[in-house]
Design a protein around this ligand. Structure first.
Ligand SMILES: [Zn+2]
Length: 133
């Protein structure tokens, strides 16, 4: 992802933003030009909680260039009912299971070249019960 695109997408990255349909009330993620349910274009930005449970997951053993690996990728079912695919962090592979409660955190995704240009994005980590609200 190049720099202008990164800056343009910054807000959605840092607070995981979806869309709410002004016509039927559906929430969707990622953003689209029309509502997936009713095709209305009356869409408003809608912040997502970042909390959900693991719907499915897989371990990636041969990561793309620029990524540290191996790592875990999960499809997370958010509280709002939408699914997000992202890396897992702060968890060992044997600790991951379907239905595990997770929350979004902002972490370094990759590093470019010798100047260390960093790209941040969201990952998910296990939600600790005592911190749940
Ligand atoms: Zn709609």
């Amino acid at each position: 992802m190049d720099l202008p695109r990164y800056h343009r997408l910054r807000a959605p990255y840092y607070r995981l933003e979806g869309q709410r349909c002004g016509s039927c009330g559906s929430i969707q993620y990622p953003s689209r030009t029309a509502c997936r349910s009713c095709h209305s274009r009356e869409l408003q930005p809608h912040p997502l909680s970042g909390r959900g449970t693991i719907f499915s997951y897989t371990q990636v053993g041969q990561p793309p260039q620029g990524f540290a690996g191996p790592y875990l990728v999960a499809m997370v079912q958010l509280e709002e009912g939408v699914r997000v695919t992202a890396q897992l962090t702060d968890v060992e592979p044997h600790e991951v299971e379907i239905g595990l409660p997770v929350e979004m955190v902002v972490r370094r995704l990759r590093e470019y070249g010798p100047n260390g240009y960093l790209v941040y994005g969201y990952k998910f980590r296990p939600r600790i019960a005592s911190r749940a609200d």
